[in-house]
Write a protein that binds this ligand. Sequence first.
Ligand code: GLN
Length: 297
Amino acid sequence: MSSTSTTIRSILQSTTLDRVDAKVLLYYLMDLHYRWPRSYLISHDQDDLSEAFIRDWISLESQRQQGVPVAYLTCSKAFHQIDLIVSPDVLIPRPETELLVERGIATILAFIQSHPNDFNPSQRFNVLDLGCGSGAIILSIANALQHSPFFDSLSFIASDVSHGALQIAQANAARLSLSSSIQFFESNWFDQLPFDHFGIILSNPPYLSRDDPHLQVGDLRFEPIGALSDFADGLSAYRLICSQAKHRLISSGSLLFEHGFAQAQDVRALLHNESFVKIHTEKDYSGLDRVTYAQKG
Ligand code: GLN
C-alpha cells in the first residue's frame, strides 16, 4: 500500500462528514462495489479502493455536504422490522411513525379478540393506509402479522395521490414478498378508492403548515413538499379524513393518526365533532404527543 492510496481508513480520517453518516455511506458503497459485509469497515480498512469506488464516494460525500439526506443517497431506510426502498418521491420514514404501526397492530389484534366469530376468509377485515408514501405503515403491519393464523382474513389497502410514491410502495411490497397481500390505489384520499367497510384506517398525512420553519431545514428541504405540508394550517387532511372516515368504517372500526406535536388537541376536537369515541393520544419516544386514535361512535 502506498502512502497516497485511498482506503476506508484514509476516507474516515479526512472526511468532514458526520462520522455516522460517513460510515453509512461507506457501508452502502462497500456492499455495492465489493459485496463486503459491514465488519470489513474495520478489518479491511487499509485495502486499496478502486477508482470507481472513490469516484462514487466523492459524489456521495459532496451531495451529503449539500444536505441531501443519507437515505436518498443509499436509497434505503430501516423502519420497524423492515428495510424500505426510498427515493425523493417519498417521505423518509421516521422512528415516531413506528408508534402508529404498533398501535395499528394492537388495534387489529384487539378487534379480532373481541369479535372472534366475525373473522373468516369470507368476511374480511379491511386495513387502509391513506397516503401511504413508501408503504412504511401498511407494509410493517402486514409484515408483522403475516404469520398469524388470521392473516388470510385481513385485506390490506393503501392509497397515495402520488404516482411516484405508489411505484416505490409497490417495489417495497414486492421486495418483502407482500405484493399479493396488498392492493394499491392512486387516489386523492378516499376519492378513487373502489370500496369501503374498513375495520381500521391509518394515516400519517401532511401536517406541517405552509409557513412551518422546519420545511427550510435538514432533510425536509429535499422531501416531497406534498407529503409534508397541506399548504394551509396543517389540519386540512385531518378535517377531510375525519369527516369521510366515519362513512367508510365498520361499526366500532378505528381511525388512527400521526400528527404534529402541537396538534393533539385539534385532532381530538375534530374526532369528537365527528362523533368518534374512545379518543386517545400517545406520546412518542421524545415525550411529545404524536398519535391520536378513536373508534367510530
Ligand atoms: N414527521 C414529519 C416531520 O418530521 C412530518 C410528516 C408529516 O407531515 N406527515 O416533520
